[in-house]
Write a protein that binds this ligand. Structure first.
Ligand SMILES: NC(=O)C1=CN([C@@H]2O[C@H](COP(=O)(O)OP(=O)(O)OC[C@H]3O[C@@H](n4cnc5c(N)ncnc54)[C@H](O)[C@@H]3O)[C@@H](O)[C@H]2O)[C@H](O)CC1
Ligand code: K
Length: 522
């Protein structure tokens, strides 16, 4: 693939747009002279070509097409015509009387060709596949009445559905379902990823999401979004570029960073192991693990190379205190996995460390009790908080959590910390910017997955020697890595087979695959 095209694809894949931004970009294209009809023609042709690859006429000859009143419907009619001339058997259902001008022209032409037009959506249920062109980013109110019933019936048909731009019923900017929404098998997003594609509430409706690039000039996009867009997607090439690869041939362990983990308790010794294995995967030069002294043997079983710091232990098996430690020798400290909420003195001590610190799990609960913002107020080095939504609510009691992107951004602004909010779509917010991890797997929904992520984050930060280190970029890279390893593990072992220990085995496999694939592009 020519470099110029590959680089365009990679850059384009990072962008996310709101409806307003998409309309501004579209207006620039039209103002520059591109006729609206020509763009619809181009887009419809690209959709039709992709559709024929996904659903060849030999296996899915009969196509039912839902046509909306606006340009989403217009796109669908262009697709209908192209598939008709390719020999597909087409039937279209047009619920609305008032079609926009361009959509109506396409409708008239299709009628003139004698393409089957059904009056009742029930007549589409004998098809092999459905194309959903009811609404795209123009959906702006709840769907009701006959439209509601039509979508309900199509969803019940169990037929494969290809949605154009968005599943009809999903709001482009929030991912929310407005009344009802098409449960798409595949969604072909047009031009630039809409924000809905990174919203958790839309996941069940999007099916497999693909971007249809119709050559919007990158300069036009950057003029509207700015050179440093507020919200971007973490992508493979972007993540790989943030990894400490390739290593210098003359490197040594003291040049690959030193991470201190403060983790574990007699009750949660596994969390200490999982966080340590996550850290190890990053190739961090030196790994020190502070645990209650009774955990030392089990840690050494898993990580014979690690420097185990045996801490005095309470009768409950938790860390009573840290031994004399020179915290200045560590490039990063990660604390909290399996700690329990007893060692609050230890967490307070870590807050004074003059290096980046990652706080997870019980360390988050401890600072929530101490007061999040007041706890972090004196921090001069980066602080990374990695809550799931429950921990987030305890940390930031006044920030609403209905919109995850907004919540993470508000918390980052309030605390000055890098805020990673875990979930089906993990979000990282810091210093006015947000990065979203666009893919994940429900296989990660089990205890211990988060411990692995904490180790990954700590290890990547400790190994990163770049002067102009963008800490949020590194944290997002770790989150991307974590989800990609789980996706690969789930592919090979099913979604039930990704226990956290297995996950740690896939961490380096997935990077090797991703790096080789990227090289393959060259
Ligand atoms: N992204 C691009 O650059 C291109 C997008 N194209 C396609 O155009 C649609 C957007 O088209 P638009 O006409 O603005 O809106 P929709 O077709 O999504 O919606 C039609 C229309 O429906 C009305 N409406 C909204 N909500 C409801 C409701 N609940 N019930 C009934 N009617 C409703 C509202 O008036 C809308 O205007 C985009 O998605 C792409 O598919 C271009 O063709 C190519 C370039
Ligand atoms: K649609």
């Amino acid at each position: 693939m020519p470099e110029i095209i590959r680089d365009r694809d990679r850059l384009l894949d990072r962008f996310l747009v709101s409806t307003e931004q998409m309309q501004q970009i579209e207006s620039k294209i039209f103002a520059a002279g591109m006729p609206v009809a020509a763009l619809m023609e181009k887009v419809g042709g690209l959709i039709a070509r992709r559709f024929q690859i996904l659903y060849p006429r030999t296996t899915h000859r009969r196509v039912g097409i839902l046509v909306g009143m606006g340009h989403n419907g217009g796109d669908a009619l262009v697709v209908a015509r192209e598939l008709y001339f390719q020999g597909y058997e087409i039937a279209i259902y047009v619920p609305s009387e008032q079609l926009s001008e361009l959509t109506n022209q396409h409708y008239c032409y299709l009628s003139s060709l004698g393409v089957k037009i059904v009056d009742n959506v029930k007549d589409l249920t004998d098809r092999d596949v459905i194309i959903d062109g009811l609404f795209g980013f123009g959906l702006n109110r709840e769907i009701s009445g006959s439209l509601f019933e039509a979508i309900e019936l199509i969803n019940k048909s169990q037929l494969p559905i290809v949605s154009i731009d968005l599943p009809s019923g999903i709001h482009a900017d929030t991912g929310c379902v407005l009344g009802i929404a098409i449960e798409a098998t595949v969604t072909l997003c047009l031009g630039i990823w809409k924000v809905a594609f990174i919203c958790e509430q839309a996941i069940e409706y999007l099916g497999k999401a693909e971007l249809i690039d119709f050559d919007i000039p990158i300069a036009d996009i950057q003029q509207i979004l700015g050179k440093q867009p507020m919200i971007t997607r973490m992508t493979t090439d972007r993540a790989i570029s943030n990894l400490p690869l390739p290593r210098s041939s003359i490197t040594h362990k003291y040049h690959q960073g030193h991470l201190l983990l403060i983790v574990g308790s007699a009750q949660y010794s596994g969390a200490a192991i999982l966080a340590s294995l996550g850290a190890r995967a990053t190739g961090v030069g030196m790994l020190s693990i502070a645990v209650p002294e009774s955990l030392k043997p089990v840690l050494l079983n898993y990580l014979p190379e690690a420097l185990i710091i045996s801490c005095p232990e309470t009768e409950a098996g938790t860390i009573k205190s840290l031994p004399e430690l020179d915290l200045s020798k560590y490039q990063a400290i990660a604390c909290g996995c399996g700690l329990t909420e007893r060692p609050s003195k230890v967490v307070k001590q870590i807050l004074a460390a003059n290096c980046p610190i990652v706080l997870d799990a019980d360390a988050l609960n401890i600072i929530a009790k101490l007061g999040t913002e007041v706890s972090l107020a004196s921090r001069t080095q980066p602080t990374i908080l990695t809550p799931h939504i429950g921990e987030f609510k305890r940390l930031f009691t006044k920030i609403p959590t209905t919109n995850k992107l907004g919540a993470a951004s508000a918390a980052a602004q309030a605390s000055g910390a890098v805020i990673l909010v875990k979930g089906a779509r993990t979000v990282i917010a810091h210093d006015g910017k947000s990065i979203v991890i666009p893919d994940s797997t429900p296989a990660l929904a089990r205890g211990g997955s988060g411990d692995v992520l904490t180790g990954l984050i700590g290890g990547l930060i400790a190994t990163d020697r770049r002067q102009d280190l963008d800490i949020a970029e590194v944290v997002a890279t770790a989150a991307w890595w974590h989800s990609q390893a789980a996706i690969l593990a789930a592919t090979e072992r099913s979604q039930l087979g990704v226990d956290p220990l297995t996950l740690t085995h896939y961490l380096n496999i997935v990077i090797a695959k991703a790096s080789n694939n990227l090289d393959g592009d060259l």
